[in-house]
Design a protein around this ligand. Structure first.
Ligand code: ATP
Ligand code: MG
Length: 286
């Protein structure tokens, strides 16, 4: 697909077209309310998911739970978004999935196998890629060296994976000898995503791929995320940029105080008056 990353209007058209194509693909047209009242919807739909989290309780400090019984799933090939206020626990939920925060109760499974509290390096070997919210590149290393770090568990795959990542991010290949610390925010984000893709993950976890980016670069980052998703990678993405995020995802979760507040397709959430009022409107930004 040829999408000019510098043309947000084109981005909009593509989003619309894609939403039409996806309409009703995974979900019935007469979808239920998006408010998360009980777990039955999750239990019905999470069956067979690539990755799923059930009733997760997690936190950093003993006795203080940040995640309070959250559920999440992603089916093969889905692009799933997590939005919610600052401090809601979005990053913590991703970290709990990736073995960086202790899961106190609940389960995490990958392709049906229990991976709860498995170490991050083991999860990488099993096909999960993670791009953290901050400090996600090695600034003193070159682009190429950063990408090498991404597949240090499987160095023989470097050439083939470098070619794949270069296809997605041609700018990285052109500047492979440049130190990551000298790159712009948008370019660093590409390096971070590229690094995570070096192991050919089946599931990619992205924590705020648009953090610190201008609106145009945000659109570009989202277009890249969709391109990655279209290659077959299941993506779970946390985003601060909630309205934009809901435009591109198949499905979304609103996380609030470590709990699922609302869930539904991107379109359902974006059009839900309660979600607009509480999480997307001017009140939400105040
Ligand atoms: N390393 C840590 N040690 C102790 N508490 C932490 C740690 N990291 C985060 N927290 C706390 O956990 C809560 C949730 O933080 P988290 O980073 O998951 O939120 P978030 O939804 O990602 O927010 P943001 O939108 O600002 O990125 C916050 O109250 C935060 O202070
Ligand atoms: Mg965060």
């Amino acid at each position: 697909m040829s999408v000019s990353p510098n043309d947000p209007a084109e981005f909009e058209r593509e989003i619309d077209l894609d939403a039409q194509q996806r309409g009703g693909h995974h979900y019935p047209h007469h979808a239920p309310s998006t408010e998360h009242v009980d777990r039955s919807d999750h239990l019905d739909r999470a069956e067979g998911a690539v990755v799923r989290m059930d009733e997760i309780v997690a936190g950093y400090i003993p006795g203080v739970n940040i995640i309070n019984g959250a559920d999440l799933y992603a089916q093969q090939g889905e692009l799933v978004g997590i939005i919610g206020p600052n401090g809601a626990g979005k990053s913590t939920l991703l970290k709990a999935l990736f073995g960086l925060v202790k899961v106190r109760s609940g389960t995490v499974t990958l392709e049906g196998e229990d991976i709860t509290n498995m170490r991050a390096d083991q999860l990488v070997a099993r096909g999960i890629g993670f791009v953290p919210q901050t400090n996600n590149v090695f600034p003193s290393l070159t682009i190429e060296e950063n990408l090498q770090m991404g597949c240090f568990q499987r160095p023989q795959a470097f050439t083939e994976r470098f070619e794949f990542v270069s296809g997605l991010f041609p700018a990285l290949a052109d500047r492979r000898k440049q130190r990551a610390g000298s790159l712009s925010g948008g370019e660093r984000q590409m390096v971070a995503m590229g690094r995570a893709l070096m192991m050919d993950p089946s599931v990619l976890l992205l924590d705020e791929p648009s953090a610190g980016l201008s609106p145009v670069l945000t659109d570009e980052a989202f277009v890249r995320v969709r391109e990655i998703n279209k290659t077959g990678v299941t993506v779970v993405m946390v985003e601060q940029n909630a309205a934009r995020c809901l435009q591109i995802v198949d499905r979304g979760y609103v996380l609030d105080q470590g709990r699922n507040a609302y869930t539904g397709t991107g379109r359902q959430l974006a059009n839900d008056p309660k979600v607009i009022e509480l999480y997307l409107g001017t009140l939400a930004k105040a």
